[in-house]
Design a binder for this molecule. Structure first.
Ligand code: SF4
Length: 696
């Protein structure tokens, strides 16, 4: 229900949903928010907004909010409300007991891409300095970790190259594995505006997304590939570019590493990478691939690539990111307005949580933990001796928990039971823990396995910063006091102190000062500068414009010369067969958000109140299924039941669903298969069978 009333004053803050990072004015009546109005001076949105940011904020005061810390000795015991002091002391004593009994590496923490930069920084600092290991990971593990790896290998840093505004200069736009109309609506509006002005669009997606053909835009090419074959299509595009003389030789000679380019060129030119050969793999007609490649590589046109989780959440997610970077470098489409490689980040602060050192092998600013010079800086600043060994990734934590060597976990702001793949495996791992501490605004699915529950604060109760998909750092401002009395950063600081590692900050601004001093990419970032300029884009230091860098890699890549990487296609282990003849892929809808913890508790549920399984009319007919029927979906991992939506949006042999509602159990059927480089789960390919069932 949208509360109404005449606003008396307003606080400017940032949307806590997707990676577009729209600015909003929280309009207040006394201490009550009555309206969220898109901020016209917000650089990411310029006064625009979508139905999530605009209307779905009422969850912040929903009756399900937990406002008292709770503990229990066993997960079968009832929760007992306790004071903050008792909850934090209990969690700290359990973590220390487990380390004493099982070793320093027996505990770890998970940072959240929903929380602020300052909060992510403090959680990784707690793990490294107070726990004394590097067992810290982030929910970006399950979304854009391949972006971190792939863009790091090729360009030298893990970040989108452009501002969203840059699309206004694009002549050709390639959207692969992303559905901006639903997942990044304000960026989609900018893109559609450009398309209406005449820019050409190529869509690579197994599903006929809105951009392919909607009332006002139409894609020039829709390469409707089979799930799991991104790399085959990208290699085929590269083959055409190389063999038809479409390489920007001058750009490559000046800006890229000659040896790696030569090896890559020889690789993609091989006949097995031709569109004609790979058509059998991807299902995409060779003629369409050839036309799309010629369009993308047209000399004199600006061509930009935007991609999403349909690229990263694959067994070859990192390979596909590098294949995309190869295409952009080969055609000279990096380093100016209207071009580039742009990951559309799912959550509001995926970029920021990764920047803040949330991965087990990297300190803030993507610097490897094994680098003794970097470690020495942190040792001096934090007064500790950091462990040089990378810690456990989230899936490794689960395996170690089942193996008996990992015993305690602190999870801030992530519902790993609903959002991670193979729910049964995750549940068994969490059940094996002796101390699970969950910090969240609601008693989520993960909290069912917790021994300590620390009530979190919503974005309306926080001070700090978020970093959006264009590296834009914006302020999140407290609109109302934390319902539970403490902000998330204060809880982490108290936990560190109880663990015997005092942290001392008066305000998140002091945390940002420490981040800026220790993180080269954040050098020059300050609350004062953000206050004055509205937002800044990293890097923003004495060598850049005051507001930072809108286009990356101008004149040179961060790593020096751009590096081409050979990206051989490997079929996924998840293949259709007689038992599981269909391939399931997953995504999102406009009005709901990820696991739905927030949007399900708002009026947005009126637009989308359940997850459904899309299947093609021919597959439906074969199974005697009509629109609205209940169907059972079985995979190698598990089974669930959903209602069917019969539609030609998916091709024959492909089914699709969303995962916004816990009861639909989409991740009960996804498997442990993951990206070879980063362990990002292969959510986008699961072999399944679908059968008609009676209503559960
Ligand atoms: Fe929020 Fe994203 Fe919608 Fe903007 S586009 S209002 S950031 S959900």
């Amino acid at each position: 229900v949208i509360e109404m009333g005449l606003p008396e004053h307003a606080v400017v803050t940032t949307c806590a949903y997707c990676g577009v990072g729209c600015g909003f004015k929280a309009e207040m009546q006394g201490k009550r928010v009555v309206r969220m109005t898109p901020w016209k001076d917000g650089r990411a949105n310029e006064g625009h907004a979508c139905v999530k940011g605009r209307f779905a904020w009422g969850y912040a005061t929903h009756q399900d909010r937990v406002t008292k810390p709770m503990i229990r000795a066993k997960i079968t015991d009832p929760w007992r409300e306790v004071s903050w002091d008792e909850a934090i002391a209990y969690a700290a004593s359990e973590f220390r007991r487990l380390q004493a009994e099982h070793g320093r590496g027996a505990v770890g923490g998970i940072t959240s891409s929903r929380c602020t930069n300052e909060e992510a920084y403090l959680v990784q600092k707690l793990v490294r300095a107070a726990f004394g290991n590097n067992n810290v990971d982030t929910c970006a593990r399950v979304c854009h970790s391949p972006t971190g790896y792939g863009l790091g290998q090729t360009f030298g840093t893990s970040a989108g190259t452009q501002t969203f505004k840059s699309v206004a200069h694009a002549d050709v736009v390639l959207v692969i594995g992303a559905n901006p109309s639903d997942a990044h609506p304000v960026f989609a509006s900018r893109l559609k505006r450009r398309l209406r002005q005449g820019a050409k669009l190529i869509v690579i997606d197994p599903r006929r997304i809105d951009l392919v053909a909607s009332p006002h835009v139409k894609a020039e090419h829709h390469l409707q590939l089979k799930p799991g074959t991104n790399v085959a299509v990208l290699d085929a595009l590269a083959h055409v570019i190389v063999t038809e003389g479409l390489v920007d030789e001058a750009f490559v000679a000046e800006r890229c590493d000659a040896r790696s380019f030569g090896q890559w060129r020889d690789f993609v030119a091989r006949p097995e990478n031709s569109p004609e050969v790979l058509e059998a793999v991807s299902g995409v007609p060779a003629t369409a691939v050839r036309s799309a490649a010629r369009l993308y590589a047209t000399r004199g046109l600006n061509a930009a690539i935007y991609y999403g989780l349909g690229v990263t959440e694959h067994a070859q997610g990192s390979t596909a990111v590098m294949a995309i970077a190869n295409l952009a470098m080969a055609t000279g489409n990096v380093g100016r307005e209207g071009v580039g490689v742009n990951p559309l980040r799912g959550q509001n602060n995926v970029q920021g949580s990764c920047d803040m050192g949330s991965f087990p092998h990297e300190l803030p600013g993507y610097r490897h933990i094994s680098d003794s010079t970097v470690r020495a800086e942190f040792d001096a600043a934090w007064g500790v001796t950091l462990d040089p060994e990378p810690g456990l990734r989230i899936p490794n934590m689960f395996d170690a928990a089942l193996g008996g060597s990992f015993k305690g976990l602190y999870v801030q702001g992530e519902d790993i039971v609903q959002s991670d793949p193979n729910t049964q495996h995750v549940g068994a791992a969490l059940e094996a823990l002796e101390c699970l501490v969950v910090q969240d605004i609601f008693l989520n699915e993960t909290a069912k396995y917790a021994h300590v529950f620390l009530p979190g604060a919503s974005f309306l109760e926080k001070d700090g910063t978020f970093t959006n998909a264009e590296r834009r750092i914006s302020r999140v401002r407290r609109v109302m006091p934390p319902l539970a009395g403490l902000a998330d950063w204060e809880v982490t600081v108290r936990l560190a102190k109880a663990l015997g590692y005092p942290m001392d900050y008066a305000h998140p601004e002091a945390v940002m000062q420490e981040i800026a001093a220790l993180t080269p990419s954040f050098a020059g970032v300050s609350y004062e500068k953000i206050e004055r300029l509205g937002s800044v884009q990293w890097p923003c230091n004495e060598r850049t414009e005051e507001a930072g860098t809108s286009v990356m890699h101008v004149g040179g890549f961060v790593r020096g010369k751009g590096r081409f990487v050979i990206t051989a296609y490997q079929p996924s282990d998840e293949r259709a067969n007689r038992r599981f003849p269909l391939l399931l892929t997953t995504g999102r809808v406009l009005s709901q958000y990820n696991v739905g913890a927030q949007t399900r508790r708002t009026a947005n549920t009126a637009w989308h109140g359940e997850d459904r399984l899309e299947l093609h009319p021919s597959d439906a007919e074969l199974r005697g299924v009509v629109d609205g029927d209940w169907v059972g979906i079985t995979s190698r991992a598990g089974e669930t039941v959903l209602r069917a939506r019969v539609t030609e949006r998916v091709a024959p042999g492909v089914v699709y669903t969303t995962f916004h509602f816990p009861e639909s159990g989409a991740n009960v059927i996804t498997t442990d298969s993951s990206d070879w480089a980063t362990n990002c789960p292969e959510y986008k390919v699961t072999a399944v069978e679908v059968t008609k069932v009676t209503q559960p």
